[in-house]
Design a protein around this ligand. Structure first.
Ligand code: PNS
Length: 159
């Protein structure tokens, strides 16, 4: 069985992430969305909030699960017996960072393969940072994230 991890901060999840998740689930037997619990980074949502939000959105899909992880991604991959890491590439600007991480992960755990998926054209500008920035100024984020999570994001910016 080909089990893949799609790791990320997902703070918050966007249509770009969901597009990669949906396409990955059509290729691999099982996709685990690994939500990084990174204490060093000041996040908008707690890791539990992010996991719950994503679970609600992917709930109808049988071959997708959502979990929090901390520590090294390769250790997590070993623990859950996943052999593939999926990462989305929006533009060449993502590539420098992603190739370095992919190669480092391969050195650390030779059995792991990183598969890069080209972001769909309509989401090539989109990032969680863009969503947070728009939401912080009360902007319309309906083109960026599913309706279900808009109130949760707006709530975070209420004074
Ligand atoms: O959504 P992001 O923030 O771009 O995701 C980055 C992520 C979670 C894939 C990356 O930071 C990661 O794998 N972190 C876990 C720690 C780790 O394994 N680092 C390896 C760096 S060489």
């Amino acid at each position: 069985m080909k089990k893949a991890i799609y790791p990320g901060s997902f703070d918050p999840i966007t249509f770009g992430h969901l597009d990669i998740i949906k396409r990955s689930a059509e290729i691999f037997d099982h996709v685990v969305i690994g939500v990084l619990n990174n204490n060093a980074k000041q996040a908008l949502f707690t890791v539990d909030e992010r996991v719950a939000m994503i679970r609600d959105l992917v709930e109808p899909c049988q071959n997708i699960s959502v979990e929090a992880f901390d520590g090294l991604l390769v250790d997590y991959a070993k623990r859950i017996d996943a052999s593939i890491i999926i990462r989305g590439l929006r533009a060449v600007t993502d590539f420098d960072y992603e190739i370095q991480i992919a190669q480092t992960n391969k050195v650390e755990y030779p059995k792991i393969e990183t598969v890069f998926m080209a972001t769909s054209l309509q989401y090539s500008y989109l990032s969680s940072t863009v969503v947070r920035e728009f939401a912080s100024y009360g902007g319309d984020i309906s083109r960026f994230v599913p309706n279900e999570i808009i109130p949760l994001i707006q709530e975070k910016y209420k004074r």
